[in-house]
Design a protein around this ligand. Structure first.
Ligand code: SF4
Ligand code: SF4
Length: 295
């Protein structure tokens, strides 16, 4: 069933089946903290096929999306775009931008590999939901509707093009020996045969003069769609956390858009960002820990 609600939580599973228990735990925690929203659990959506159940479902969604996935936000946006789903990528710490028209759908993408602690991720989503719900009425009391979309996926490897950055120079088209790229009816380069790409190879991303080719699962963040926003342009999520405390359910800040008015954390957590700055990959390590525990 596709919901008529205005925002949907989408959880994309990790590839590693051993991380599944940790993933499920994360889903439950986030639903508890940011609950009362419809939610859907999907396989790792980079591996989903364009005509398969995952993208068929997502194409029918008319809502904004909060996406939790093991991909950089820009990569997540481009994978969706490669499958016909165009979303405006919103920063988690922005004021919630107004929807400009019916087709202007917004995407808040959380890369759950990157969070310094599970609590930070949970609280960041809860804060966003609270901000989003301002003026939209409370959903308190409604039961979250959680769906799960199954698709028999395999590990794929292919480039996604940022068509807003692409200067249509044809470098990639001329460079690739495997027919991955072609030109569409508008004369624009596009990824015509993604699965012809050689697994693990990011060569064309290196020849693209515009940095428009992204391989979402490549280890180098510059090629995998890691955030290119200049330092200082966005507020680190740990700062957002310090403003919202340890909420467990969506709380409306007392002053619109002013998180400094929200309750301060109590106890040792109040100064976490100074004394224990979260390090990248910690949540990923946590997922790996679940892997170890499963053995
Ligand atoms: S090399 Fe880059 S900029 Fe040139 S056509 Fe390909 S994607 Fe576009
Ligand atoms: S990585 Fe290599 S095989 Fe894959 S699309 Fe680029 S040039 Fe072609």
């Amino acid at each position: 069933m596709v919901t008529e609600a205005f925002i949907t939580l989408v959880f994309s599973r990790p590839r590693d089946p051993h991380a599944e228990p940790a993933f499920r735990h994360m889903v439950n925690e986030v639903l508890e903290a940011a609950g009362h929203l419809p939610a859907v659990i999907i396989p790792h959506f980079y591996d989903a096929m364009p005509g398969g159940p995952v993208f068929t479902y997502l194409r029918r969604l008319t809502t904004d999306i909060i996406l939790l996935a093991p991909l950089y936000p820009r990569a997540a946006q481009l994978v969706l775009r490669a499958n016909g789903l165009r979303y405006r990528l919103a920063r988690q710490t922005d004021d919630v931008p107004q929807r400009q028209n019916q087709s202007d759908r917004r995407l808040w993408a959380f890369d759950y590999r990157e969070y310094g602690s599970f609590e930070v991720l949970r609280n960041a989503v809860a804060a966003l939901v609270a901000e989003y719900l301002q003026g939209a009425g409370s959903l308190a009391g409604e039961r979250p509707l959680v769906e799960e979309i199954e698709e028999a996926t395999r590990s794929r490897w292919y480039p996604v093009i940022d068509d807003e950055a692409c200067v249509n120079c044809f470098e990639c088209l001329n460079f690739c020996l495997f027919g991955v790229f072609d030109v569409n009816t508008e004369g624009r380069v596009f990824t015509a045969q993604p699965d012809q790409c050689r697994p693990g190879c990011p060569a064309c991303a290196r020849v693209c003069p515009a940095g428009a080719i992204v391989f979402p699962l490549y280890p180098d963040p510059k090629i995998a769609g890691g955030d290119v926003v200049e330092e200082g342009q966005i507020i680190p999520l740990v700062d957002l956390k310090s403003g919202i405390g340890t909420v467990t359910t969506p709380q409306k800040p007392s002053v619109a858009g002013n998180s400094s008015q929200a309750p301060r954390p109590t106890g040792d957590r109040a100064d976490d960002k100074e004394s224990h700055p979260p390090t990248k990959q910690t949540l990923q390590q946590w997922l790996c820990q679940a892997d170890d525990d499963a053995h």
